[in-house]
Design a protein around this ligand. Sequence first.
Ligand code: MG
Length: 172
Amino acid sequence: MNVQPAYRIGHGYDLHRLEVLAAQGTGGAGRPLVLGGVRLEHTHGPVAHSDGDAVYHAVTDAILGALGLPDIGQLFPDTDPRHESQDSREFIVEAARRARAAGYMVSNLDVTVILERPKLSPVKDRVRGNVASALGVGAERVNIKGKTHEKVDAVGEGRAVEVHAVVLLARD
Ligand code: MG
């Protein structure tokens, strides 16, 4: 008898502080701003051990959470020098591999990116395509939404980027 449930739902959340790009040499510690594998032109970027891709991090945690597995920080510790500047696509690919190994496929994924600037809309389709391809599913199973934080609090003041992700896994 298969004791695995037919569906498993997971929520993932990530936030990265945004600072002036380190490359500008003005004392900021920001890395280039990358979301869902897409580079956005901006004066500020995430402070992070890996590449700081908050979309990939939130989606990875949503999948790991749905599977009841340890979270991204436990699986890929930021104290591990191997993950320094890491392309976070590897995290989401590994989460998808673990889902398949457990007998699940991504039924659908809904992602909300909260970012004051720059606008997400010009790159939304590319983010969607990248996330879908990393998960090995069609783009119709992935939704990406962009919001601002109405100029209030850290996100609204452009000092952070925040991402929420909800995933539904279905038994394959
Ligand atoms: Mg992160």
